[in-house]
Design a protein around this ligand. Sequence first.
Ligand SMILES: Cc1cc2nc3c(=O)[nH]c(=O)nc-3n(C[C@H](O)[C@H](O)[C@H](O)COP(=O)(O)O)c2cc1C
Length: 330
Amino acid sequence: MALFNIKDIPIHSRVMLAPMAGITDAVFRALVRRWAPQSLICTEMISANGLIYSKQRKAKILDHTDCDRPIAYQLSSHRPEVLLEAAKQVIEDHQPETIDLNMGCPVKKITGNFEGCALMKEPQYAADLVRLLVSELETPVTVKFRLGWDHNSMNYLDFGRRLEDAGVSMVTLHARTRAQGYQPGCKWEAFGELKQALSIPVIANGDINSVEDVRFVLDTYGVDGVMIGRHCQGQPWIIGEIHEALETGKQPEPWPIHKRLEVAMLHAKALSDYQGPAIAIREMRKHFAWYAQSFPGVRAYRNRLTQVNSLDEVQRLFDEILSGQYALAG
Ligand SMILES: Cc1cc2nc3c(=O)[nH]c(=O)nc-3n(C[C@H](O)[C@H](O)[C@H](O)COP(=O)(O)O)c2cc1C
């Protein structure tokens, strides 16, 4: 039985992967899927302008794999006709379960173009964008946004109500303002206020990093689900494990380093097959450091992990780590 519905789409997990540009690509999502086949998972933010004006219909950012369902495609733009055209293309080409609109991105390049969180400064304009998409698309439209532009303009309740009136099927609240960026200090109470104010599903996001956090947020604020971002870096199994813990009550065990590195190598090989070895190794450097995090000897080899040039070199370094040499040095 569904735990909740997004319009008419049944959702069977309360734990979702947050979109992260440069991280949650098709390969990373396929890994997450190994442990979390039921979770709604979102693509990275896709520029609707790029899709329409630069005719990037075949861009890799649009790819997904056969296992990658249910999937949300996240679009950004403030131009109604461009957003609508991009959504129609994505629906035709990929048949996503939902279309998500990014109204939370704090990056200057995006907000300076009146996209992402800048749309929270013009709530009526944002609601009209949603109303247009909802009236033209059968696919449910959802929105991810923040508390507001800054501490003095936290309009998440009014914003959420306007989006609901415009016909949005679900909202995700990242409980920080644009001005906070990614600094510590999420206002989790806002989840409960928003849930009280709306009747559509509300998803909580921001510093939710453990089974205990998830249980607390679900039980205290009554939200329908949670979205987890940075905590999945270097641990793509987390979404599935937390879902499992909610279902069974079984507490996940921390993964030993040899299992973490095994998944890291699997990730690297899959990315190499997908992007080619040169791009993959550059992309993987940050992931290697995340996979190796929380290991006692991490400091001794972090620099080397972020400078590797080939999969062979990575394998040698992993062998060294596992042989215990660096554990002793840590
Ligand atoms: C590197 C990075 C890229 C991100 N890219 C996106 C994005 O493309 N779309 C989006 O809605 N949010 C994006 N976010 C925000 C996350 O989805 C999430 O809201 C934020 O990280 C807070 O959740 P967390 O504390 O679980 O990481 C990004 C965050 C990070 C760290």
